[in-house]
Design a protein around this ligand. Structure first.
Ligand code: ZN
Length: 136
């Protein structure tokens, strides 16, 4: 079984933002030449995450970010973390820092309306995304 790991930067522009990184993942899958396997997308940050969701209507992304803000407000009296970005840490844990997509016939098996999104919760910053393709 072959294993290929690539890392790329993601530049974010807002405190909270979801950036479609599907094209970068697809290109890592293509370059790996893996025909059947799995790709793992990993974000090595404690205030960012990764998720798979709808790419067609941008209102979906707006609604996800607005909902997260409502569930986890930026300011709360009970937060203890001295850095002042507790909400970003909680959002990161809610969404998680990795996602996996099966690869069949050299392509990710994403649904028609699915994209992979890098999720920034304490931007703007330059972030990293690590993509590992495993398979044959
Ligand atoms: Zn912090």
């Amino acid at each position: 079984m072959a294993m290929h790991t690539t890392t790329f930067d993601v530049k974010t522009h807002d405190r909270d933002e979801m950036i479609d990184i599907t094209a970068s993942i697809a290109s890592a899958v293509r370059e790996s030449k893996v025909s059947d396997g799995i790709v793992t997308i990993y974000v090595p940050h404690t205030t960012a995450g990764v998720t798979i969701n709808e790419n067609a209507d941008p209102d979906v992304i707006h609604d996800i970010l607005a909902s997260l803000d409502k569930i986890v407000p930026w300011r709360e009296s009970f937060y203890r973390h001295g850095e002042g970005n507790s909400a970003a840490h909680v959002k990161s844990s809610l969404l998680g820092c990795s996602a996996r997509v099966p690869i069949v016939d050299g392509k990710m098996t994403l649904g028609t309306w699915q994209s992979v999104f890098f999720c920034e919760f304490d931007g703007p910053r330059t972030r990293k995304c690590i993509v590992t393709v495993m398979g044959e």
